[in-house]
Design a protein around this ligand. Structure first.
Ligand code: ADP
Length: 522
């Protein structure tokens, strides 16, 4: 009779998907008085076994599936039919029970021996009464139960395998002894060269070595040891990247009741690529946002600057116009001409500034482009000094620019803004017998400009703050201002890689020192 290999029952199977059903002894054809059932019941007392007595052929075929042993009672009238039934049972997939014919007729028994190979044994009814029969029966039950268990395990294995194989991830299942129990098809696809190691019962170490070989991981690679620790430890998860760019994530999941471990391997290359792409995009976005914020900061700064910078030339224009108006009757033509020139120069500075505003990228990008070219810094400073002299007759403005190079390579418009700010501050914050001294020269390859006044000064503890936007020193109370000028100066100085430094003593005056690298046009 075709039966599953008995040795299967010795395999330690970590999965128990169904509740176990008690194995059964099935008796068929014992309708009259259930005589057979009674005798057998008496013989197996105390065994973990149940009795089934199906009434129809269909019931029998159904119950046979759970049976360790099947008895079929024959009588002279139906032997052909019962032989046929034994043959059906033999060919029913999953039926593992021995099928035993019982008959009371010695002649039939003899005949059946010859005719039927499908019965595992043919017993005369009398044998049941013999004392040795119990031993034979118990032995047969034991064998049957073992086969039944093996079949159940095999069913479970098939179900389990079907479940794992239908999963898109690659799995390898280890039993309690860390030996391979199951390898999914997808896993085999992942490591085709290791197929010969992916057999049931293979120790984890050997399977690992083969996989490591296939992944080109040698034992002097750190990943080899990390991976080995993960495989042998069979706990947690591990992610790694191969030299060919592929990324994998392995996760160890314990089966219930310590029945073993499933190690799944997922190809996360695409996921990782997308993750990297996403983080690159995030960085890019952050960068853009930062630029945007910087731009909007600079734009605000810029708007403040424009309103601030326009004030000085407008004051010049207004001051000169007022003077001409006041003295219209007496004013000399020469003086009108001089004042008109001053007005024109202030207006031309306004126009220059507006052009700088409109032509620069500042409004669009928040960035002020440097427009470096050669010009005479000396002349620029002299013009600005004259303008301020004109504005306030009380102020003595002295300049010493003899040590400055004739031409400098800088941004003239930006230098105008810087110097106008510092000069008008010096004028504004010097009240009694004001004297302003402007000095220019070079030192260690740097252009040095110093604007010194004998004004109100700045308290020492406030010095670090005066370049902050909107900050005004406590000493400046009562003097108009917005606190924008110096923060703009600091920005514009650093735009030209320069530095600005202030020394001040309250009541004595302040000195602003500017340093710029000496650029050459080439
Ligand atoms: P504002 O002149 O509009 O107040 P600034 O940004 O130009 O703004 O200057 C910031 C502050 O620094 C001023 O309010 C003032 O307190 C101080 N400060 C600047 N320059 C001088 C100076 N030459 N003498 C004294 N204090 C000054």
């Amino acid at each position: 009779m075709k039966k599953l290999n008995d040795t299967n029952s010795d395999l330690s199977v970590p999965i128990n998907l169904r509740k176990s059903i008690l194995p059964a002894i099935t008796i068929y054809g014992d309708e009259d008085g259930k005589d057979l059932a009674k005798i057998l019941w008496g013989l197996v007392a105390g065994q973990n076994i149940r009795f089934l007595t199906p009434n129809t052929e269909d019931e029998l075929l159904n119950e046979a599936y759970h049976s360790a042993l099947i008895f079929i009672k024959l009588s002279s009238s139906d032997d052909a039919y019962k032989i046929n039934l034994a043959s059906k049972l033999l060919n029913t997939h999953g039926v593992v029970a021995d099928v035993i014919a019982i008959t009371e007729e010695p002649e039939i028994r003899k005949r059946l021996h010859v005719m039927s190979q499908d019965f595992d044994a043919i017993f005369n009814r009398e044998i049941l009464e013999l004392p040795e029969f119990q031993r034979v029966l118990l032995h047969k039950i034991k064998k049957g139960v073992r086969r039944l268990n093996a079949r159940i395990q095999d069913d479970e294995y098939t179900t389990f395998k079907a479940y794992l194989s239908s999963n898109a991830d690659a799995f390898i299942v280890f039993d309690t002894n860390k030996r391979i129990f199951f390898v999914s098809d997808y896993y085999l696809e992942l490591y085709p060269n290791s197929a010969e190691f992916f057999v049931r019962g293979m120790p984890v170490q050997r399977a690992f070595e083969s996989i490591a070989r296939e992944m080109n991981l040698s034992s002097n690679d750190l990943r080899y040891h990390e991976l080995k620790d993960f495989w042998v430890g069979q706990r947690g998860s591990y992610e790694f990247k191969l030299d060919n760019g592929k990324c994998f994530r392995m996760v160890a999941t314990s089966l219930p009741e310590g029945q073993g471990v499933i190690i799944s391997t997922t190809d996360i290359t695409l996921y990782k690529q997308q993750e990297e792409l996403l983080s690159a995009q995030q960085i890019e976005l952050k960068d853009l946002l930062q630029k945007e914020q910087e731009a909007s900061h600079l734009q605000k700064q810029f708007i403040a600057m424009v309103s601030h910078e326009f004030r000085t030339p407008l004051t010049i224009v207004d001051g000169n116009a007022q003077l001409i108006e006041r003295r219209i009757e007496t004013i000399e033509t020469d003086e009108i001409a001089r004042r008109a020139r001053t007005i024109r120069s202030a207006v031309s500075r306004l126009i220059n500034m507006m052009e700088a505003v409109l032509s620069s990228n500042l409004l669009r990008t928040g960035k002020l482009d440097l427009n470096l070219r050669e010009f005479s810094l000396k002349e620029l400073i002299e013009t600005l000094c004259n303008e301020h002299r004109d504005l306030s007759k009380d102020h003595v403005i002295i300049s010493d620019l003899s040590m400055l190079p004739d031409l400098v390579f800088m941004d003239e418009k930006i230098m105008t803004i810087i110097l106008t700010n510092l000069l008008s501050n010096a004028v504004k914050f010097s009240i009694d017998q004001p004297q302003i001294f402007i000095e220019g020269g070079t030192q260690d390859g740097m252009i040095i400009l110093r604007i010194q006044d004998n004004g109100i000064g700045i308290p020492e503890n406030e010095l670090p703050k005066i370049f902050d936007r909107f900050y005004r020193a406590t000493t400046s109370s009562g003097i108009v201002g917005s606190g924008v000028g110096l923060s703009l100066v600091a920005d514009l100085v650093s735009l030209q890689d320069g530095t600005v430094h202030v020394d001040s003593i309250v009541g004595k005056g302040s000195t602003f020192t500017l340093k710029f690298p000496m650029n050459t046009g080439s």
